[in-house]
Design a binder for this molecule. Structure first.
Ligand code: SAM
Length: 284
């Protein structure tokens, strides 16, 4: 399963506005679909495919499009996100209605008021979150440690319309996807799965997420799951710094966009995998 040496193959990421894009979110991987096409084996969907740090769900959604949703699992420890993704899956029409209700009343004061209201607990919370997410400054959704949404409103006072067709399509595609609101350690004992690990950047806490795992806990988790599963890891740090074993094959990613992802264009990160691809990646 394990590759024998690290390599320095490279990908570029330019734009993430595609069918896998659900919400603007820091770390959103919808722009990585060409990389996933290359680096995720065709038989990955034969077993469980788990998006352990799911965020906006770009990876899980991609996998539902590619493999069908029966074996796909989305997880995030932030209940605001899991409540939202659940509403997309189970009641997209209601969610669109909720959003449009907020849109009709949108203003800076209204945004600040909605920020103080619950973002969990079903459809109402999900509608508020979607409204805040679509109107956050620079698309940078941010939560404080108490899980309160604390991003300011975007400069333009125009609340954008939803891409209702895309949202409805995603809803259909993720119909059977399982959704968990767990700590990543919960998946420690999983076997014969494909795991995607996209943790908040460790050693570089930019304050966007409610929580960041310690490098020790992440490294321990990677050591525990690697012998029994195919694992793909996204990170900004060099592999050794966060305990990714030397046996992982490493690909370098250059980010050509800044919005919703990093604060500066041209920054880099890595994808590391613990398996060999049968075919050679095409786009490196
Ligand atoms: C880099 S983001 C993932 C972005 C995602 N791949 C996407 O495309 O939107 C990391 C996510 O990990 C979640 N997270 C932070 N600590 C966690 C933990 N201990 N267990 C599970 N999820 C966690 C955060 O809420 C955040 O959504």
């Amino acid at each position: 399963m394990a590759a024998t040496s690290q390599s320095v193959q490279q990908y570029e990421v330019r734009n993430g506005r595609n069918q896998y894009h659900l919400i603007p979110y820091i770390g959103n991987k919808s722009g990585f679909s060409h990389i996933f096409d290359d680096l995720i084996p065709d038989d990955a969907g034969g077993g469980k495919v788990v998006d352990v740090f799911g965020g906006s769900g770009a990876f899980a959604i991609y996998c539902c499009f590619r493999f069908g949703s029966e074996n796909v699992v989305y997880n995030d420890n932030n209940p605001v996100l899991t409540n939202f993704v659940t509403s997309v899956r189970d009641n997209v029409k209601g969610l669109i209605r909720e959003y449009n209700r907020h849109r009709a009343r949108s203003s800076t004061d209204y945004f600040l008021k909605i920020r103080t209201e619950p973002l969990t607990g079903g459809l109402r919370g999900a509608g508020r979150f979607l409204y805040l997410a679509k109107n956050a400054f620079s698309g940078k959704i941010r939560f404080n440690k108490k899980n309160r949404f604390n991003a300011p409103m975007r400069k333009s006072s125009q609340c954008p319309a939803l891409s209702e067709e895309r949202l409805s399509d995603i809803s259909q595609r993720i119909h059977h996807m399982e959704i968990f609101n767990e700590e990543f350690e919960k998946f420690r004992d999983i076997r014969h799965a494909f795991l995607y690990l996209d943790p908040p950047y460790m050693n570089n806490t930019n304050g966007h997420y409610n929580q960041v795992p310690t490098t020790e806990s992440f490294a321990e988790f990677v050591r525990a799951v690697s012998p029994h599963n195919r694992v793909m890891i996204s990170e900004q740090n060099e592999p050794a710094k966060i305990g990714i074993p030397k046996t992982y094959r490493v690909y370098h990613i250059i980010l050509r966009r800044s919005l919703q992802y990093v604060t500066q264009k041209g920054s880099t990160e890595i994808i590391a995998v613990n398996y060999n691809m049968r075919r050679r990646p095409s786009n490196v």
